[in-house]
Ligand binder design. Structure first.
Ligand SMILES: Cc1ncc(COP(=O)(O)O)c(C=O)c1O
Length: 388
């Protein structure tokens, strides 16, 4: 049996996979087992932030795996400490907890918010308000947090304590922010929900209400963080300093990591024994993340993300089939006039370009390091399909 057949037989059928068996990759291009190459505008859903097998990243990971590959969190390890310090410095937060995924980062955020509230106000104030159309993960609790009914079936009973408000609707927000709420959790750009950018005026009011009522503001930057939107955090573009920020995806450059960062307001909520993870903050993963941070912090790096974003938008907006382009930085959604996103995804694949979809949009999350040549080659394929 080949890779696809073996996978179909032995893996749970949880994914609608594309018929490609990826064998290797370098920068923004991967090669499948037949030798066909693809320009990758998806980067493992925004995860391979430095592209495939970046040399500095790979060297850092290799060096660490030859030094100490794992130690339990009963001991200290320098790469974990260094990553924690760098992340707190870059985000102006106080402390971080490391897990292995975005969902775990959000689980930690939810636990911090509820404990913060319980410690101060006691029972009955444990509800988290999230937004309709949001996506916060696949664990039972983060599914309950996710404001899309399509995810709220099959797995009952779901954990309680979530209410979903309409994005950008202050009347609905006021109605749903009752005395049972302890925190508000938002994505500044709803990625999985269709690349919708949250209105800054709405976010400002949310932040003010949180401040007034001692509600913790959690910003899920799992997809938007680590330079994806052209600033290190999307929060910077909203002039927002939340109580909790969650990160994952691009942070590890392709290795599994989740981070839950807390501000001074809740830095000491979690005490010994309140949370944990066997693999969280694994040294090899931390070494990869440090390599990502050092690249993203290089002078001009984030400017180059913005420049590429402007360039992609200009090219796309000049195409008659494109209805509109949404998103921030290199997190881009394309609404089409007549063609379906699924149709474009399949045609692009055939022509050697990998794209993603989000709801009815074509979605692009190219590596932050994608070169002008790779970008042009990919856009040429996309335009050829859209102009046909
Ligand atoms: C905003 C956001 N939060 C959380 C998650 C869940 O992350 P993970 O799949 O790493 O658990 C995702 C994944 O797409 C996401 O986009």
């Amino acid at each position: 049996m080949n890779t696809m057949e073996t996978s179909e037989q032995f893996l749970m059928k949880t994914y609608g996979r594309q018929p490609i068996a990826v064998q290797s990759g370098i920068r923004g291009v991967c090669t499948d087992e037949t030798g066909k190459t693809y320009i990758d505008f998806g980067s493992g859903i925004g995860t391979n932030s430095l592209g495939y097998c970046d040399a500095d990243w790979a060297d850092a990971v290799y060096k660490q795996v030859r030094t100490v590959q794992h130690t339990s969190n009963y001991y200290y390890v320098s790469v974990q400490a260094e990553l924690a310090e760098q992340l707190c410095t870059l985000t102006d937060m106080e402390r971080v907890f490391f897990g292995n995924s975005g969902a775990e980062a959000n689980e930690c955020a939810i636990k911090v918010a509820r404990k913060y509230s319980f410690d101060r106000y006691g029972e009955g104030r444990g509800t988290i308000l999230t937004l309709q159309n949001s996506f916060h993960g696949r664990t039972l609790t983060t599914l309950a947090a996710t404001g899309q009914d399509v995810f709220h079936k099959d797995f009952h009973p779901f954990p309680q304590g979530f209410v979903h408000a309409k994005p950008n609707d202050l009347t609905d927000l006021h109605e749903k922010l009752d005395d049972s709420v302890c925190a508000v959790m938002i994505e500044l750009v709803q990625g999985e929900g269709g690349v919708h950018v949250l209105d800054p005026d709405y976010v400002k009011v949310v932040a003010e209400l949180c401040q007034e009522r001692d509600l913790l503001l959690i910003v899920d930057e799992v997809q938007t963080g680590i330079g994806r939107t052209g600033t290190f955090l999307a929060c910077e573009q909203y002039r927002l300093h939340p109580d909790i920020i969650t990160l994952a995806k691009g942070l590890g450059g392709g290795l599994p990591i989740g981070a839950c960062l807390v501000a001074a307001s809740c830095a000491d909520v979690m005490g010994q024994g309140s949370h944990g993870s066997t693999f969280g903050g694994n040294p090899v993963v931390c070494a990869g993340a440090l390599a990502v941070l050092s690249r993203v912090a290089e002078p001009g790096f984030l400017d180059s993300v913005q420049e590429k974003s402007v360039y992609i938008r200009e090219v796309l907006e000049s195409c008659p089939e494109v209805e509109s382009v949404s998103g921030l930085g290199l997190m881009i959604g394309i609404r089409l006039k007549t063609m379906s996103a699924g149709e474009i995804l399949a045609a692009a694949r055939e022509a050697g370009l990998l794209v993603l979809t989000a709801k009815d949009k074509v979605r692009l999350l190219p590596p932050l390091t994608i070169s002008k040549e790779e970008l042009d080659a990919g856009l040429e394929i996309l335009l050829q399909i859209l102009n046909n």
